[in-house]
Design a protein around this ligand. Structure first.
Ligand code: UT7
Length: 334
């Protein structure tokens, strides 16, 4: 422990992302399951999503590339990191963690490394945790990644899950900064495990609740009660953003970007309208990338960052919800 008596801030040094080259359009999906481009666009806002070629790509390769891009943007190397956190529910293996392999691939050994399982909230959970660890003085430079090869756990004969998800990774490198005003101004993380059955990936038949025993989706694949998740998300999303803004004194005018997990355009739009946020402050890329679970907020952050849309004067908000059920928010000043 090397805690310092001096207060310090946490700076986002660089961001990165990775999406596979392969595109899966609604048109192509409608040849695989009983659905249509019109239904998918109307109900989700998705036109296409990216899908890994799982023989050469996956959660690990995307995590490596996203974090490497973030390190390059920061002018740093793997050896500068003392911790790597990877938010994911699609780790190739439960042991070792994706994070440990990323650390080895990027030359970060002996940086600490672990995976974080908070489903779609994984990246925001990771950012909140990382900044707290840096502020505690225990770690100096942390790579946070959200990486999901959802295509590895989606049953493409099921139209309720196959239309929604895509593959992506997003990353950020955080480090200690002498300016104590920089960094995370406010954060929340929560979970309600009573709702776990709405979104789960069973490994064994015994994991499956009684009411879902006839579900034809195979073990190891994602099962979702879309309606239940939707109901939870539509209220939770608004509440979490409202709380983050009110606790930091931000208004629709003074806040910068509000970066939402790309769950479903109807969920995001409903929160945006209720909170009176202008559309230019709520970035949308679900049309091109679908819902990439823990990959989504980091991917949005990187795209906004590189486009110069994250302003110094205006704190920005990150917000997500997902399986668990979990939710998280963070308000950041750069
Ligand atoms: O990232 C966090 C995790 N997940 C989420 O955020 C997902 C949240 N939920 C959702 O996004 C939406 O619930 C879905 C997009 C999954 C589904 O949309 P919905 O508006 O809730 O549709 P629904 O399940 O209520 O189904 C409406 C109708 C049904 O037909 P009937 O009973 O009205 O005749 C479904 O059988 O649409 C039918 N349907 C489809 N039709 C064409 C369901 N899926 C499809 C499909 N294509 N893919």
């Amino acid at each position: 422990m090397n805690a310092s008596a001096e207060p310090f801030g946490v700076r986002i040094r660089g961001t990165g992302s990775c999406v596979p080259a392969r595109v899966l359009t609604n048109e192509a999906l409608s040849k695989m399951v009983d659905t249509s481009d019109e239904w998918i666009v109307q109900r989700t806002g998705i036109h296409e999503r990216r899908i890994c070629d799982l023989s050469t790509e996956g959660t690990f390769t995307m995590a490596c590339e996203a974090l490497k891009n973030a390190l390059d943007a920061a002018g740093m190397q793997g050896s500068d990191l003392d911790l790597i956190i990877v938010g994911t529910v699609t780790a190739e293996m439960t042991c070792p963690s994706v994070a440990a392999r990323v650390g080895a691939a990027l030359g970060a050994v002996p940086a600490a490394a672990f995976d974080l399982s908070a489903a779609c909230s994984g990246f925001v959970y990771g950012m909140n945790l990382a900044q707290a660890l840096i502020r505690s003085g225990q770690f100096k430079t942390i790579g946070v990644v959200g990486s999901e090869a959802m295509s590895s756990i989606v049953d493409y004969s099921d139209r309720t899950v196959s239309i929604l998800f895509g593959d992506a990774a997003g990353a950020a490198v955080l480090s200690r900064d002498p300016d104590p005003r920089i960094g995370c101004l406010y954060s929340t993380m929560g979970a309600d495990g009573r709702g776990w059955e709405s979104l789960y990936i069973p490994r064994h038949a015994g994991d499956v609740p009684e009411h879902d025993r006839n579900n034809p989706i195979a073990m190891g694949h994602l099962r979702m009660n879309g309606k239940e998740v939707f109901r939870f998300a539509v209220t939770k999303f608004r509440e979490v953003i409202e709380d983050a803004m009110s606790k930091t004194g931000l208004t629709a005018e003074s806040v910068g970007q509000v970066i939402c997990h790309q769950s479903n355009i109807r969920i995001i739009e409903s929160a945006r309208e209720k909170l009176g946020l202008p559309s230019e402050k709520v970035y949308i890329n679900i049309d091109r990338f679908g819902n990439s679970s823990a990959g989504s907020v980091g991917l949005c952050l990187d795209q906004l960052w590189r486009a110069g849309k994250i302003e110094k004067e205006r704190p920005f908000v990150m917000v997500a919800f997902g399986g668990g059920l979990t939710w998280a928010s963070g308000v950041w000043r750069i």
